[in-house]
Design a binder for this molecule. Structure first.
Ligand code: ASP
Length: 408
């Protein structure tokens, strides 16, 4: 029998999950452990994978100036795409006017959602990048802190030179092993997708979508436009790669992000897709992607734009130009602090709403469909991270240690 290719397998699992979820309703929750097991398998790879690959990548460069330049470019690229994303979200919010004249049945308003925890401030977020204990960072899976530790380790290994050779050899071998584990685990992705998606469809049914259909439509349209236009152009011009090839290569990660609503959880798949399908060097992908998974959230930014306008329209509040600009600024910054886990965007929305004095209760209106919006925004977050890897790698690859490439 001809082997079905991996992408097709994932798509089949996805469609089967939607159909069976719709047929069996909440009872389909029995398959949820399949999804959870897969997510756990993927998550257990993240911390050691980032540490090992990034140490090797940085030690290979050993050039502080280059690292600084690369970091600056990466952050600038991600901030720019996020600002475009939020503007697109606002545009679609105006176009679809999802909050004008909607009548939301009281049972689908989740009052408790407005009590979400307030996110931490910008200074604390920045300070938190420095780990007080690198092992704690690894244990907790704090990605920015792991990046910080790995950068230092890599730079110091390069600075020490010959004597640090065994440490580098260890990390080289270790990173190969982690990539191997990733390959094994990813074979199970279709089962994971099925286990994640079927319970969501079974739980939500299709009825909940109706009153808020326009919000979903506005978010989905903005997401598709952002991928097609912003990413298409970025990949083609800055990355010199065909957008079709790019989308095909990153599709498994995009679909898994859609199913899991976690860009951090998708990270190992994103790294595998970019290195194997898109030809990005491991050094670049291990630096740019984890950074992207934590600070780059274009889908989330789009969602903030639509949600702000939806809530303003619902309460009949007209926003001034100043407030809109404020939304662009705050949402771009907020997306840096958003964790790549399900539902994080909803928490960051409180920050944006507070900054322009919109009622926080507005959050309760969309909380019921947040998971569905989360699926769209997370795929865009992940695909956006991958565009960063392609663009940066084509212009300034953070190559693996020369010794690694040659000695193999
Ligand atoms: N779930 C999103 C992610 O993991 C974050 C969000 O809630 O917007 O990228």
């Amino acid at each position: 029998m001809k082997k079905i290719n991996f992408l097709t397998q994932i798509l089949i699992a996805f469609v089967a999950a939607v159909i069976l979820g719709a047929i069996f309703g909440p009872d389909i929750a029995v398959v949820a452990p399949l999804g959870d097991a897969f997510l756990r398998l993927i998550q257990f790879i993240i911390a050691p994978l980032i540490l090992a690959t990034l140490v090797v990548g940085v030690a290979g460069t050993g050039d502080l100036q280059k690292m600084g330049r690369l970091g600056g470019k990466t952050v600038a690229y991600y901030l720019a795409t996020s600002a475009i994303a939020i503007s697109l979200g606002l545009g679609m919010g105006f176009l679809f006017s999802p909050g004008a004249g909607v009548d939301i049945p009281p049972e689908s308003i989740d009052e408790t959602a407005a009590d979400v925890e307030q996110p931490e401030g910008v200074v604390d977020t920045l300070l938190n990048i420095i780990p007080t204990n690198p092992f704690e960072a690894l244990v907790e899976g704090n990605i920015l802190q792991i990046i910080f530790f790995a950068l230092f380790l890599g730079i110091a290994i390069a600075a020490v030179g010959q004597k640090a050779r065994p440490v580098l050899t260890f990390f080289e071998g270790f990173s190969e092993v982690m990539f191997k584990i990733t390959s094994f685990v990813i074979l199970l992705a279709p089962i994971g997708v099925f286990g994640l998606v079927a319970p969501i469809v079974g739980d939500h049914g299709l009825a909940i979508l109706l009153p808020l259909g326009k919000v979903i439509l506005a978010v989905a349209t903005a997401c598709i436009l952002h991928v097609a236009i912003t990413y298409g152009l970025a990949v083609k011009t800055l990355g010199r790669m065909s957008p079709i090839k790019f989308l095909k290569g990153i599709a498994p990660a995009g679909i898994f992000a859609f199913s899991s609503a976690s860009s951090a959880g998708t990270l190992p798949i994103t790294m595998k897709n970019t290195t194997e399908n898109l030809g990005v060097s491991k050094g670049t992908s291990s630096f740019v992607l984890p950074l992207g998974a934590t600070i780059n959230m274009d889908g989330t930014a789009i969602y903030q734009g639509v949600a702000v306008l939806f809530i303003a329209q619902f309460y009949g509040i007209e926003l001034t130009m100043m407030q809109l600009l404020m939304v662009v600024l705050i949402a771009t910054l907020a997306s840096i602090g958003t964790a790549g886990v399900p539902g994080a965007g909803l928490i960051m929305l409180t920050l944006v709403l507070t900054s322009i004095d919109l009622p926080l209760e507005g959050i309760a209106l969309i909380a019921g469909i947040d998971r569905i919006l989360d699926m769209f925004r997370t795929s865009v977050n992940v695909v956006g991270d991958a565009t960063g890897a392609v663009v940066i790698d084509r212009n300034e690859p953070l190559d693996e240690d020369e010794h690694t490439a040659e000695e193999k």
